[in-house]
Design a protein around this ligand. Structure first.
Ligand code: ADP
Length: 460
């Protein structure tokens, strides 16, 4: 009996039986070790996947993959090719030995030429071909995911070290996982690039918006300054003009009414011409001054409850002579005995302007109707005429100062500033102004102002 024979006296084995049994046990142990190896490998493989999921460089994926592959197959040389996104060609991305890069390139050129590289691309397993030196073998395995080919693995093994089918299967699984890792790195890089681009674009846009806002602010500032300077200039100049103009008008009137040394009829006509001209100029200057004041926010208004009906009557009285001269009859169609919030003098100025326009631009035998409409909070005054009306293509300039809309040579006196000023005044009193007009038929100019409520007017 040998030393290793069992001591249990109940079992007696012959030498052959004992040998068969130990062989069997050794075999089982080997299978067990192989399975443990496989399990370890699978564990490492999943490590690669999770690790490379974190790793953001292809180089690190390749080098850790080489480490794992080294453990299952005795490669003399390993290399990875990646796909060039622009022309779908393959380039050497990683090589286990730096000085072997030239050898690998030459080798891959031969494999490409022989069609073996292309053949391996279409297989989902390792392809083993002869090395060009005929001494060794070359193992090719595509690196691909379900979506696309990510690269190619190339390994050189000695002919005496042909890998087992099991190890080749493991290699396939490892390379497939590596392909997914490479794909996720590429996606990650792409997202990062997009993100960077997006951030850059956002920053550029913000910068652009800031720059434009700055330039706009500058433009607004300088426009405001220019406007203030213009208003100041106008108000100064208007004062300068008004003083001598008043003197001219005063002395002209004195000469006209001089009973001691009365002017000849020709002189009286000239003096009348001077007086009317000066009057026109004074109106213009006053209107321009008012406009400049409103634009500069310097107009001072004395807002108080104004009885609209008596204001209308006051204004009619003031334009009556002109209406008679022009053969226009005036009626008030709808009276309202209520108050509006307004500056009495300024509102009178506005209404006189509207009434005199309705007379000036009327036809002989024409009519001027004043119609008041009220609602809960406002009173609207319509000034309706049966005059020449305003052609449609002139209507957008009605409230533009100095625009006379073709009446410059009509012989009808005017400055072209009255309506612009009236609208600005009404708006300064928190009201609104508008018009409708039909050429050849007449116009309706209106303004609307806040109504003073009954309780307020009682107190006034
Ligand atoms: P103007 O001093 O010339 O009357 P306005 O500013 O009051 O200046 O009016 C501007 C222009 O609008 C007038 O020159 C005239 O062409 C036109 N217009 C104003 N009111 C009427 C109206 N009731 N009917 C027709 N045209 C009018």
């Amino acid at each position: 009996m040998t030393q290793n024979q069992p001591t249990n006296t109940d079992i007696t084995l012959s030498a052959e039986e004992y040998k068969a049994l130990t062989d069997r046990i050794e075999n089982l142990e080997r299978i067990y070790r192989q399975d443990t190896d496989i399990l370890n490998m699978l564990l490492q493989m999943s490590n690669i996947y999770t690790e490379t999921g974190k790793i953001r460089s292809k180089k690190t994926v390749f080098s850790s993959l080489r480490n794992y592959l080294d453990q299952i197959i005795d490669f003399e040389l390993m290399a990875f090719f990646s796909v060039n996104e622009n022309d779908s060609s393959f380039y050497l991305a990683d090589c286990s030995q730096e000085n072997e890069e030239k050898h690998i390139s030459q080798l891959s050129d031969v494999l490409i030429e022989n069609g073996e590289f292309a053949w391996a691309l279409n297989q989902d397993r390792a392809v083993i071909v002869d090395h060009s030196d005929k001494q060794r073998l070359v193992l090719l395995h595509v690196l691909s995911t379900k979506n696309r080919v990510r690269g190619m693995f190339l390994g050189v093994v000695s002919k005496s070290n042909i890998p087992s089918t099991k190890n080749l299967n493991l290699l396939s699984v490892l390379l497939e996982h590596a392909a997914y890792s490479l794909e996720s790195i590429e996606l990650y890089t792409m997202i990062h690039q997009y993100n960077d681009e997006l951030e850059n674009n956002n920053a550029r846009l913000e910068h652009l918006v800031e720059e434009r806002t700055h330039r706009l602010r500058e433009a607004v500032d300088s426009a405001e300054q220019a406007n203030k300077a213009k208003s100041l200039f106008l108000s100064n100049m208007s004062h300068e003009f008004r003083t001598p103009l008043n003197a001219i008008m005063g002395f002209t009137q004195l000469l006209i009414t001089d009973s001691v040394d009365p002017p000849s009829p020709a002189q009286a006509e000239s003096l009348d011409f001077i007086f009317k001209g000066s009057q026109h100029l004074l109106t213009l200057i006053n209107q321009v001054l008012d406009l400049a004041k409103i634009e500069a926010g310097q107009i001072s208004l004395a807002l108080e409850p104004v009885a609209i009906n008596s204001l209308i009557e006051d204004c009619i009285a003031m334009v009556q002579i002109l209406a008679v001269e022009k053969d226009v009859s005036i009626t008030v169609s709808n009276k309202v005995f209520k108050f509006v919030h307004a500056d009495y003098v300024r509102l009178k100025q506005v209404l006189i302007n509207l009434l005199s326009n309705a007379i000036k631009y009327n036809k002989p035998n024409g009519t001027l109707t004043i119609d008041c409409v009220q609602d809960e909070s406002t009173i609207k005054v319509n000034v309706i005429d049966t005059g020449i009306g305003i052609p449609l293509d002139n209507q957008q300039n009605v409230f533009t100062s100095f625009s006379r809309l073709g009446q410059e040579n009509s012989g009808i006196e005017g400055t072209g500033v009255g309506l612009a000023l009236s609208k600005a005044l009404i708006e300064a009193m928190e009201g609104s102004m508008g018009f409708t007009s039909i050429a050849g038929e007449g116009s309706v100019f209106w303004f609307k102002l806040p109504k003073v409520q009954a309780t307020e007017s009682e107190h006034s």
